[in-house]
Design a protein around this ligand. Structure first.
Ligand code: ADP
Length: 239
């Protein structure tokens, strides 16, 4: 007998988001999207296309107007805010454009603090954090303050912090937006390396060059998603 396939990490069916107002704004039209374990997906679109709306829904930071969303098999609609926060903490790692590191904490402490609500206290957290930081090439800067690091190094700390709890999905919102193009490419190399090691990744970006690095690409325009055929070089390219 073969074991049942695991559920997709992200499974959106008919998910729509309309912001109330006069007139109301439908930022995301009914959307189906499935992301499996091991996928590396980029969502690319211009400003105002609905990227933040989608990210907020995927990251359980907002609720859809209708449709269903399962995260690793759990239907999130029925959860209380408290359970959603717990699920988010355990299952989702976030990487943002602006790094969001604590300035007065060392690199190691920044990563260790992310485990406070997931793992116990003390030494295991330090060991896990040091391991995550070695994984992103920062094993030699554990005791540095973020202000002593370059932008690319700060983003590596943020990535270590996001993966230290082994989330089901790494959600990256414009992860290279504050970096020059060479540093951005190195950060994308790191994401590709983590993906090869099994981390499931969604990168949201306005930058087609960043999106190009992901094996799976979805374009979002006016709140509508369309997937580019795997292997094609550009949206709308030959199949
Ligand atoms: P992006 O991240 O691609 O720039 P957004 O998801 O922020 O796009 O926005 C998509 C659309 O939804 C835009 O037309 C924006 O003005 C609108 N929008 C976003 N947030 C809100 C909100 N809280 N209330 C009303 N309209 C919103």
């Amino acid at each position: 007998m073969t074991a049942a396939a695991p559920p997709p990490v992200l499974d959106l069916r008919g998910v729509r988001k309309t912001y109330p107002g006069s007139p109301p704004v439908t930022a995301l039209h009914p959307t189906d999207l499935r992301v499996k374990t091991g996928d590396f997906l980029a969502v690319v679109g211009p400003s105002g296309s609905g990227k933040s709306t989608l990210l907020n829904l995927l990251g359980l930071l907002d609720r859809p107007t209708d449709g269903s969303y399962r995260l690793s098999g759990t239907d999130v609609a029925s959860l209380t805010e408290r359970d959603r926060a717990a699920l988010r903490g355990r299952r989702v790692g976030f990487v943002f454009q602006a790094f969001h590191l604590l300035p007065h904490r060392t690199v190691l402490e920044n990563v260790a603090l992310a485990q406070l609500y997931v793992t116990g206290r003390g030494e295991p957290r330090r060991a896990n954090s040091a391991r995550a930081l070695r994984r992103v090439g920062l094993g030699h800067r554990l005791d540095a303050l973020p202000s002593r690091l370059s932008g690319g190094e700060r983003q590596r700390v943020a990535i270590a912090r996001a993966v230290v709890n082994t989330p089901d999905i790494l959600l990256c919102d414009e992860p290279t937006g504050n970096l020059d193009s060479a540093t951005a490419a190195a950060v994308m190399d790191l994401l590709a390396e983590l993906n090869r090691a099994g981390v499931t990744i969604v990168v949201i970006t306005h930058d087609p060059a960043v999106a190009q690095r992901a094996p799976r690409r979805v374009t979002i325009l006016d709140g509508r998603l369309s997937e580019t055929a795997p292997g094609s070089r550009a949206a709308g390219g030959p199949r």
